[in-house]
Write a protein that binds this ligand. Structure first.
Ligand SMILES: [Zn+2]
Length: 315
């Protein structure tokens, strides 16, 4: 089964790795070209992400780090003969290799400078996760219930309009609830929650309430199912059955066309958990399981890549 994964943090993991031999082609991370080939990946989204250790978030400093990580992942993609960087729907369709798509996790790095959006676009960025876990120039994160009630900043509202015009996909994962509703009001294009699950099944602010699921569906967007155990189950354990519970719930609320995959691989330490799917190369375990519990081939295709492809086309 072909696959589009909307979110992984492999670029970050490679960048911070002490192993100088590490490559995207072959590695012991959760995503590599070797593993992507195994699962017949159509496209892999790579998030550019970096976390500063100090509490005061200096987004200008962070921007430089992001630029370094961006160049590194581009180099790694260029080095492989089985994956190439793409920036449009047509390129994915025509590509006879795996397509690599670059994203920014934490739009705060533009630091109130619209010009940086153009720069990121020119570097090939085609999806921006508006916030991460800190307040930024665009809006507030979902990490704290106080932030949940604060919407986008004036500048953030302008960013949404600009991203619509540029054809960059807006990602509301990590965004406050109020920020979410602002995006709904402003965005004229479908938007995504690249790596979020159902809050009704797992009560975490990073997950989506039922009305949000319905809204994303009505707008034509998608939700990427996140494999991070604490976002799947309150007790932090996870099974294929649990993942499929979220898939079924989201299907019941928003329909099959809203479902997608956003593994979050390499964004958390999987060794701490008993993972039913160990890396991207094992995603067929999920498609097999879905088939066994009665999902049709058409439905699985939509979840695995067709819905995400549709959003990329509309953006
Ligand atoms: Zn994330």
């Amino acid at each position: 089964m072909k696959l589009i994964d909307l979110h992984c943090d492999t670029a970050y993991k490679m960048y911070v790795s002490k192993d100088e031999e590490i490559s995207l082609e072959k590695n012991n991370l959760k995503v590599s070209v070797e593993k992507l080939l195994k699962v017949d990946s159509l496209a892999q989204f790579f998030a550019i992400f970096y976390e500063l250790e100090n509490v005061s978030y200096d987004y200008n400093k962070l921007y430089q780090k992001y630029m370094e990580i961006l160049q590194r992942i581009k180099l790694e993609i260029a080095r492989s003969s089985d994956i190439s960087l793409v920036s449009s729907y047509d390129e994915i369709i025509k590509n006879n290799k795996i397509s690599g798509i670059l994203t920014i996790e934490d739009g705060g790095i533009i630091s109130g400078d619209m010009g940086r959006l153009d720069k990121l676009y020119n570097e090939g960025i085609r999806l921006i996760t508006l916030t991460w876990n800190h307040p930024n120039c665009i809006g507030y994160p979902s990490t704290n219930f106080i932030y949940q009630n604060i919407g986008l900043t004036e500048f953030g509202r302008e960013v949404v309009r600009r991203l619509n015009k540029m054809g960059v996909i807006i990602d509301v994962s990590h965004l406050s609830d109020m920020g979410f509703y602002d995006v709904v009001e402003i965005s004229t294009k479908p938007f995504v929650a690249s790596h979020s699950n159902s809050r009704a099944l797992c009560s975490n602010g990073r997950n989506l309430k039922d009305d949000m699921i319905k809204i994303i569906a009505n707008k034509g967007g998608v939700i990427g199912i996140n494999l991070y155990p604490p976002f799947l189950n309150m007790n932090g354990t996870v099974t294929l059955e649990k993942i499929v519970e979220h898939i079924k719930h989201i299907r019941n609320i928003g329909g099959i066309d809203v479902l997608s995959i956003g593994t979050d691989f390499d964004g958390f330490n999987s060794d701490e958990y008993n993972m039913p799917i160990n890396d991207i190369g094992e995603m067929n375990k999920l498609s097999d399981y879905l088939e066994n519990v009665g999902f049709t081939y058409d439905e699985i295709e939509k979840i695995f890549y067709k819905n995400a492809l549709r959003v990329f086309l509309q953006a």
